[in-house]
Design a protein around this ligand. Structure first.
Ligand code: DC
Length: 232
Protein backbone atom coordinates (compact mmCIF):
# COMPACT_ATOMS: atom_id res chain seq x y z
CA UNK A 1 0.00 0.00 0.00
CA UNK A 2 1.20 3.53 -0.70
CA UNK A 3 2.66 5.61 2.09
CA UNK A 4 -0.16 8.13 2.32
CA UNK A 5 0.71 11.80 2.64
CA UNK A 6 -1.89 14.36 3.71
CA UNK A 7 -4.29 11.47 4.23
CA UNK A 8 -4.87 11.10 0.53
CA UNK A 9 -6.85 7.90 0.65
CA UNK A 10 -7.83 5.39 -2.02
CA UNK A 11 -11.55 5.09 -2.66
CA UNK A 12 -12.73 1.95 -4.44
CA UNK A 13 -16.21 1.95 -5.98
CA UNK A 14 -17.57 -1.31 -7.32
CA UNK A 15 -20.94 -2.47 -8.57
CA UNK A 16 -22.76 -3.88 -11.60
CA UNK A 17 -23.14 -2.18 -15.00
CA UNK A 18 -25.22 0.99 -14.99
CA UNK A 19 -25.43 1.23 -11.22
CA UNK A 20 -24.09 4.78 -11.50
CA UNK A 21 -20.49 4.13 -10.45
CA UNK A 22 -18.82 6.40 -13.00
CA UNK A 23 -20.96 9.44 -12.22
CA UNK A 24 -20.46 8.99 -8.50
CA UNK A 25 -16.72 8.34 -8.82
CA UNK A 26 -16.22 11.36 -11.08
CA UNK A 27 -18.21 13.71 -8.83
CA UNK A 28 -16.59 12.43 -5.65
CA UNK A 29 -13.09 12.80 -7.11
CA UNK A 30 -13.88 16.35 -8.15
CA UNK A 31 -15.23 17.29 -4.73
CA UNK A 32 -12.12 15.88 -3.04
CA UNK A 33 -9.69 17.16 -5.71
CA UNK A 34 -8.67 13.55 -6.29
CA UNK A 35 -7.82 11.77 -9.49
CA UNK A 36 -10.57 9.69 -11.06
CA UNK A 37 -9.78 6.44 -12.85
CA UNK A 38 -12.50 4.63 -14.78
CA UNK A 39 -11.13 1.08 -14.87
CA UNK A 40 -13.97 -0.08 -17.15
CA UNK A 41 -12.68 2.37 -19.77
CA UNK A 42 -9.35 0.54 -19.64
CA UNK A 43 -11.03 -2.82 -20.40
CA UNK A 44 -12.92 -1.10 -23.19
CA UNK A 45 -9.75 0.41 -24.67
CA UNK A 46 -8.03 -2.99 -24.71
CA UNK A 47 -11.15 -4.45 -26.36
CA UNK A 48 -11.03 -1.73 -29.02
CA UNK A 49 -7.36 -2.49 -29.64
CA UNK A 50 -8.06 -6.23 -30.05
CA UNK A 51 -10.95 -5.59 -32.42
CA UNK A 52 -8.91 -3.20 -34.53
CA UNK A 53 -6.00 -5.62 -34.75
CA UNK A 54 -8.43 -8.43 -35.43
CA UNK A 55 -6.92 -10.51 -32.64
CA UNK A 56 -9.01 -13.65 -32.13
CA UNK A 57 -8.84 -13.14 -28.40
CA UNK A 58 -10.51 -16.43 -27.44
CA UNK A 59 -7.73 -18.38 -29.14
CA UNK A 60 -4.61 -16.31 -28.55
CA UNK A 61 -1.95 -17.86 -26.32
CA UNK A 62 0.77 -15.26 -26.43
CA UNK A 63 -0.26 -12.05 -24.71
CA UNK A 64 3.14 -10.34 -24.53
CA UNK A 65 1.87 -7.74 -26.98
CA UNK A 66 -0.31 -6.21 -24.24
CA UNK A 67 2.74 -4.86 -22.37
CA UNK A 68 4.63 -4.11 -25.54
CA UNK A 69 1.99 -2.46 -27.67
CA UNK A 70 -0.64 -0.92 -25.41
CA UNK A 71 -0.16 2.22 -23.41
CA UNK A 72 -3.15 3.73 -21.61
CA UNK A 73 -3.42 7.14 -20.05
CA UNK A 74 -6.10 9.39 -18.64
CA UNK A 75 -6.25 13.10 -19.31
CA UNK A 76 -8.59 15.58 -17.69
CA UNK A 77 -9.70 18.05 -20.33
CA UNK A 78 -12.16 20.76 -19.26
CA UNK A 79 -13.85 18.50 -16.75
CA UNK A 80 -14.01 15.59 -19.19
CA UNK A 81 -11.96 12.54 -18.31
CA UNK A 82 -10.43 11.30 -21.56
CA UNK A 83 -8.79 7.95 -22.11
CA UNK A 84 -5.83 7.78 -24.46
CA UNK A 85 -4.87 4.55 -26.20
CA UNK A 86 -1.30 4.99 -27.43
CA UNK A 87 -1.84 8.78 -27.34
CA UNK A 88 -5.11 8.62 -29.30
CA UNK A 89 -8.24 9.90 -27.61
CA UNK A 90 -10.62 6.91 -27.82
CA UNK A 91 -13.15 8.11 -25.23
CA UNK A 92 -16.03 7.98 -27.71
CA UNK A 93 -14.93 4.92 -29.65
CA UNK A 94 -14.84 2.71 -26.56
CA UNK A 95 -18.59 3.27 -26.07
CA UNK A 96 -19.56 1.77 -29.46
CA UNK A 97 -22.04 -1.12 -29.74
CA UNK A 98 -19.23 -3.36 -31.01
CA UNK A 99 -17.07 -2.73 -27.94
CA UNK A 100 -20.13 -3.16 -25.70
CA UNK A 101 -20.71 -6.56 -27.25
CA UNK A 102 -17.18 -7.88 -26.68
CA UNK A 103 -15.93 -6.13 -23.55
CA UNK A 104 -17.24 -8.55 -20.92
CA UNK A 105 -15.64 -11.48 -22.73
CA UNK A 106 -12.33 -9.64 -22.99
CA UNK A 107 -12.55 -8.62 -19.33
CA UNK A 108 -12.90 -12.29 -18.39
CA UNK A 109 -9.45 -13.13 -19.81
CA UNK A 110 -6.79 -13.52 -17.11
CA UNK A 111 -3.85 -12.10 -19.14
CA UNK A 112 -5.88 -8.96 -19.84
CA UNK A 113 -6.84 -8.66 -16.19
CA UNK A 114 -3.32 -9.05 -14.85
CA UNK A 115 -2.01 -6.50 -17.36
CA UNK A 116 -4.63 -3.93 -16.36
CA UNK A 117 -4.60 -4.63 -12.63
CA UNK A 118 -0.86 -3.94 -12.63
CA UNK A 119 -1.25 -0.60 -14.33
CA UNK A 120 -4.22 0.33 -12.09
CA UNK A 121 -2.11 -0.40 -9.01
CA UNK A 122 0.69 1.76 -10.40
CA UNK A 123 -1.78 4.63 -10.89
CA UNK A 124 -2.78 4.39 -7.23
CA UNK A 125 0.75 4.45 -5.89
CA UNK A 126 0.42 7.82 -4.19
CA UNK A 127 -3.19 7.55 -3.06
CA UNK A 128 -5.54 10.47 -3.63
CA UNK A 129 -7.73 8.72 -6.15
CA UNK A 130 -11.17 7.32 -6.76
CA UNK A 131 -11.31 4.24 -8.98
CA UNK A 132 -14.47 2.50 -10.09
CA UNK A 133 -14.96 -0.98 -11.53
CA UNK A 134 -15.86 -4.52 -10.53
CA UNK A 135 -12.81 -5.75 -8.60
CA UNK A 136 -11.30 -2.55 -7.22
CA UNK A 137 -12.06 -3.25 -3.55
CA UNK A 138 -11.42 -6.99 -3.84
CA UNK A 139 -8.39 -7.36 -6.12
CA UNK A 140 -6.86 -4.06 -7.27
CA UNK A 141 -6.85 -2.28 -3.90
CA UNK A 142 -7.92 -4.81 -1.25
CA UNK A 143 -6.52 -2.42 1.35
CA UNK A 144 -8.32 0.68 0.06
CA UNK A 145 -9.30 2.88 3.00
CA UNK A 146 -12.84 3.36 1.71
CA UNK A 147 -14.78 0.81 -0.34
CA UNK A 148 -18.22 1.52 -1.68
CA UNK A 149 -20.46 -1.08 -3.32
CA UNK A 150 -23.13 0.58 -5.41
CA UNK A 151 -26.40 -1.20 -6.10
CA UNK A 152 -29.57 -0.46 -8.06
CA UNK A 153 -32.42 -2.67 -9.20
CA UNK A 154 -32.24 -4.29 -12.65
CA UNK A 155 -35.18 -2.21 -13.95
CA UNK A 156 -33.60 1.06 -12.88
CA UNK A 157 -30.24 0.12 -14.37
CA UNK A 158 -31.87 -0.89 -17.66
CA UNK A 159 -33.76 2.40 -17.80
CA UNK A 160 -30.57 4.38 -17.18
CA UNK A 161 -28.68 2.45 -19.85
CA UNK A 162 -31.56 2.87 -22.32
CA UNK A 163 -31.65 6.65 -21.81
CA UNK A 164 -27.87 6.85 -22.18
CA UNK A 165 -27.97 4.92 -25.46
CA UNK A 166 -30.84 7.04 -26.73
CA UNK A 167 -28.95 10.25 -25.94
CA UNK A 168 -26.02 8.92 -27.94
CA UNK A 169 -28.31 8.25 -30.89
CA UNK A 170 -27.83 4.49 -30.64
CA UNK A 171 -30.59 2.48 -32.15
CA UNK A 172 -31.41 -0.09 -29.46
CA UNK A 173 -34.75 -1.17 -28.06
CA UNK A 174 -35.37 -1.54 -24.34
CA UNK A 175 -35.41 -5.30 -24.94
CA UNK A 176 -31.91 -5.15 -26.55
CA UNK A 177 -30.63 -3.12 -23.62
CA UNK A 178 -32.07 -5.54 -21.07
CA UNK A 179 -30.63 -8.55 -22.84
CA UNK A 180 -27.18 -6.97 -23.06
CA UNK A 181 -27.29 -5.94 -19.40
CA UNK A 182 -28.39 -9.40 -18.31
CA UNK A 183 -25.61 -11.04 -20.26
CA UNK A 184 -23.01 -8.60 -18.89
CA UNK A 185 -24.22 -9.14 -15.33
CA UNK A 186 -23.93 -12.87 -15.83
CA UNK A 187 -20.42 -12.78 -17.31
CA UNK A 188 -19.10 -10.18 -14.82
CA UNK A 189 -20.39 -12.13 -11.82
CA UNK A 190 -19.61 -15.66 -12.97
CA UNK A 191 -16.19 -15.44 -14.61
CA UNK A 192 -13.43 -17.42 -12.94
CA UNK A 193 -10.95 -14.58 -12.58
CA UNK A 194 -12.02 -11.75 -10.23
CA UNK A 195 -15.80 -11.97 -10.53
CA UNK A 196 -17.85 -9.06 -9.30
CA UNK A 197 -18.69 -9.35 -5.63
CA UNK A 198 -18.89 -7.09 -2.63
CA UNK A 199 -15.78 -6.88 -0.46
CA UNK A 200 -16.68 -7.81 3.11
CA UNK A 201 -15.60 -4.39 4.36
CA UNK A 202 -17.41 -2.38 1.63
CA UNK A 203 -20.18 0.06 2.49
CA UNK A 204 -23.30 -0.67 0.45
CA UNK A 205 -25.27 2.13 -1.15
CA UNK A 206 -28.50 1.34 -2.99
CA UNK A 207 -29.37 4.30 -5.14
CA UNK A 208 -32.81 3.48 -6.60
CA UNK A 209 -34.51 6.17 -4.57
CA UNK A 210 -31.87 8.80 -4.00
CA UNK A 211 -30.70 11.47 -6.41
CA UNK A 212 -27.14 12.15 -7.51
CA UNK A 213 -26.60 14.98 -5.05
CA UNK A 214 -27.73 12.95 -2.09
CA UNK A 215 -25.61 10.01 -3.19
CA UNK A 216 -22.58 12.26 -3.53
CA UNK A 217 -23.13 13.82 -0.11
CA UNK A 218 -23.36 10.42 1.59
CA UNK A 219 -20.11 9.23 0.00
CA UNK A 220 -18.33 12.52 0.62
CA UNK A 221 -19.25 12.23 4.29
CA UNK A 222 -17.92 8.66 4.40
CA UNK A 223 -14.66 9.82 2.81
CA UNK A 224 -14.23 12.72 5.25
CA UNK A 225 -14.99 10.46 8.22
CA UNK A 226 -12.39 7.99 7.00
CA UNK A 227 -9.76 10.71 6.58
CA UNK A 228 -10.58 12.04 10.02
CA UNK A 229 -10.25 8.60 11.60
CA UNK A 230 -6.81 8.19 10.03
CA UNK A 231 -5.65 11.50 11.48
CA UNK A 232 -6.70 10.70 15.00
O1 DC B 1 -18.01 -0.28 -16.28
P1 DC B 1 -18.04 -0.65 -17.75
O2 DC B 1 -19.39 -1.05 -18.27
O3 DC B 1 -17.41 0.40 -18.62
O4 DC B 1 -17.11 -1.95 -17.85
C1 DC B 1 -16.89 -2.59 -19.06
C2 DC B 1 -16.65 -4.08 -18.82
O5 DC B 1 -15.40 -4.28 -18.16
C3 DC B 1 -17.70 -4.81 -18.00
O6 DC B 1 -18.04 -6.02 -18.64
C4 DC B 1 -17.04 -5.12 -16.71
C5 DC B 1 -15.58 -5.10 -17.02
N1 DC B 1 -14.79 -4.57 -15.91
C6 DC B 1 -14.13 -5.46 -15.12
O7 DC B 1 -14.23 -6.66 -15.33
N2 DC B 1 -13.34 -5.01 -14.11
C7 DC B 1 -13.23 -3.70 -13.87
N3 DC B 1 -12.45 -3.29 -12.88
C8 DC B 1 -13.93 -2.77 -14.66
C9 DC B 1 -14.71 -3.24 -15.68
Amino acid sequence: MPDLKNFDIIIAIDGPSSSGKSTLAKDLAKKLSYRYIDSGAMYRAVTLYLLRQEVSYQETNNWDFLENEIHLDFQLDQDVNKILLNQEDVSELIRSAEVNEHVSLVAALSPVRSFLVKSQQAMGQNGGLVMDGRDIGTVVFPEAQLKIFLQASFEIRAERRFKEQLAKGMNQTMEDVKQNLQLRDFIDSNREDSPLFKATDALVLKNDDIDLEEQLNICYKWAKEKMQSLKS
